[in-house]
Design a protein around this ligand. Structure first.
Ligand code: ADP
Length: 591
């Protein structure tokens, strides 16, 4: 993997250490040995020189004595291997144990002689071409009183020291070679030993980096590597825990997202759709292949695209309202658009949450309509009342006939207003969730109610000569509030009487079928056109506004009926034919 692995580096380092220190140590030892031997030899030669100097003291006095020196020196030297040379103060050789002094040149230039003639001990090592060997020369001055009269020089061959030196040198060389070989093997072994756990840690780290978070290390070196392995193990398990936590969190979020009632669409900062939850896919028909396409291509709402662009640009969340036509039904959404940012506040994507407020909008519209309708319904009789009251005040009061007529109209209109207000109050009551929970339901016989209602509206029917018949084959009992149940029958019978021409017939029927009580109000009246039938239960809806008004209708009766029926868990149906008659059928569950 690497050109220079730690193992190779360690091996080379060990080798370099050994290969540099061994020769250095050996070199120092050799040098020390040589110097030591040389010192011993020098000291021995000096001793010899002093003895010879002492011996020569008497011979240096005059020329006759000097003549004898050579002979004496030669005799003396036969006892040793040493060469003895005597030189006078001018450098001429007076005697030499190995050579004839007459043939020898002046020795004043020899370093050891030069220094001895100045009164000091001198020594020098030189190669002797005569002997073909290295020689050690030691010279001391010969004194006559305080005067230096010459010098005595003792020299010895260095062959013995050189031979010893060479022998130690070759022994050391062999030792170095053997030790180096051993050191190479040892350094390879050591490098392997120390790098094996490192290699294991490296392999494990690579494995972990590749996603194998189950990998654990078992290094038992008792040093920093064991600590490193332990730390890596901790790091991996922490990472594993964190990843598992993140996965669980992501799954949770995904689950929430997928099962949210709101459509959620995630876009990138350029407006491309990256994710859409189930609701979004269902509502906007988003297929997998459409992901990663621009929202304008997939959804085509420029208002949304503008919102996304603005959020991506400004980094601020916003609310927009979007009216759509999906599969030919109008839907209104309140869309929350927010940027999703990194910790460095960089926008990575845009979140859009669609709240379907169609029902809310509808309710809002209906409420507005209701207020407008109620105001209108109340305004009409009020205008009439005001108008006739003003006319009376303007003088019509004088005319008793006219004033009776106007007061009757005012009274009728006031009654209408009262009825309207009463019915509005009833509706408001029925609309209130709290009130509906408070309403007490009890087992109620239905048939007697038919007779009560017929009785209550007897005058109305008689005025128009309408026959009201009751056909009660059964007396079912339902769980109901008797007052509200009676209100249903009053409203229906009242309508039948109102919208049936004189001499017509109304039939009230009560049946029991399976688990239901069935109430039928049937008349031979003017009927309702088919196009109006689905709308008659709407508040303030009237087929013929003028006819209804004349009949004293408010347009709220059937809305109240439908409310009460549903409150009791029942259903209401209507069948009608124009100029033939209308049939309302109510089904209520039995108690
Ligand atoms: P209203 O107070 O005008 O009668 P309702 O809500 O009771 O209001 O009825 C709504 C409309 O349905 C009436 O205006 C009328 O046009 C029609 N309608 C109701 N009942 C009958 C019926 N039995 N025969 C014909 N038309 C009816």
């Amino acid at each position: 993997m690497f050109k220079w692995g730690i193992k190779l580096r360690l091996t080379i380092s060990y080798l370099l250490l050994i290969l540099f220190t061994m020769p250095a140590l050996s070199g120092y030892l050799l040098w020390y040995f040589y110097q030591h031997n040389l010192e011993i030899l020098t000291s021995s030669l000096l001793t010899h020189a002093h003895v010879t100097e002492h011996f020569l003291e008497n011979y240096m006095a005059g020329p006759n004595e000097k003549f004898q020196i050579d002979q004496r020196i030669k005799e003396l030297a036969t006892k040793t291997d040493l060469r003895v040379t005597v030189i006078n103060h001018t450098g001429d050789v007076l005697a030499d144990s190995w050579e004839n002094p007459a043939t020898m040149e002046n020795h004043l230039e020899r370093p050891e002689i030069a220094s001895s003639l100045t009164g000091q001990e001198g020594s020098s090592i030189r190669y002797s071409s005569t002997l073909g060997q290295n020689m050690l020369y030691v010279a001391i001055p010969i004194r006559n009183g305080n005067e230096i009269v010459g010098a005595v020089r003792i020299s010895s061959t260095l062959a013995a020291i050189d031979a010893g030196f060479n022998q130690i040198k070759s022994t050391l060389l062999i030792a170095i070679l053997l030790t180096s070989l051993l050191a190479i093997l040892l350094s390879i072994w050591l490098a392997r030993k120390y790098t094996a756990p490192l290699e294991e840690i490296t392999a494990a780290a690579c494995d972990i980096a590749n996603g194998n978070l189950d990998r654990r290390l078992h290094v038992r070196t008792g040093d920093e590597l064991e600590l490193l392995a332990h730390t890596l193990n901790n790091l991996t398990s922490n990472l594993d825990d964190k990843i598992n936590e993140t996965i669980a969190e992501t799954k949770k979020l995904d689950l929430i997202l997928q099962h949210m009632d709101n459509a959620v669409i995630l876009l990138d900062r350029y407006g491309k759709i990256t994710t859409a939850n189930k609701m979004a896919r269902d509502i906007f028909d988003i297929k997998d292949a459409m992901l990663n396409q621009h929202n304008m291509q997939v959804l085509g709402y420029s208002q949304l695209d503008r919102g996304v662009q603005q959020t991506a640009k400004q980094g601020k969340s916003m609310l927009i309202y979007l009216k759509t036509n999906i599969h030919s039904s109008i839907r209104v959404f309140q869309i929350f658009i927010a940027p999703i940012t990194t910790t460095e506040n960089e926008i990575t994507s845009i979140l859009s949450v669609f709240h379907d407020i169609t029902a809310l909008q509808d309710m809002h519209d209906r409420q507005s309509d209701f207020v407008a309708n109620a105001s209108h319904e109340l305004a009409t009789p009020l205008t009439t009342i005001k108008g006739f009251a003003e006319t009376l005040l303007d003088g019509a009061l004088e005319d008793s006939k006219l004033s009776f007529k106007f007061l009757t109209i005012i009274h009728t209109e006031a009654e209408r207003m009262q009825r309207l207000v009463n019915e509005l109050l009833q509706l408001a009551k029925l609309n209130s969730h709290e009130y509906r929970q408070q309403v007490k339901l009890k087992a109620t016989h239905v048939t007697p109610l038919l007779y009560t209602v017929k009785d209550d509206l007897r005058t109305n029917a008689e005025e128009k000569k309408i026959t009201v018949d009751i056909q009660a084959d059964a007396d079912p009992i339902v769980m109901a509030n008797p007052d509200w149940l009676k209100q249903i029958l009053i409203n229906l019978l009242d309508n039948s009487i109102k919208y049936t021409p004189p001499l017509g017939k109304v039939l009230l029927t009560c049946l029991q079928e399976d688990h239901e009580a069935i109430l039928i109000v049937e008349d031979t009246g003017i009927g309702i056109p088919a196009t109006d039938v689905p709308l008659i239960f709407d508040r303030f809806y009237r087929v013929d506004r003028a006819r209804s008004r004349n009949a004293g209708g408010t347009g709220l009766g059937l809305a109240i009926v439908k409310f009460i029926v549903e409150m009791h868990g029942g259903k209401i149906e209507v069948k009608s034919s124009v100029n033939i008659g209308t049939t309302f059928t109510i089904r209520l569950p039995l108690a």
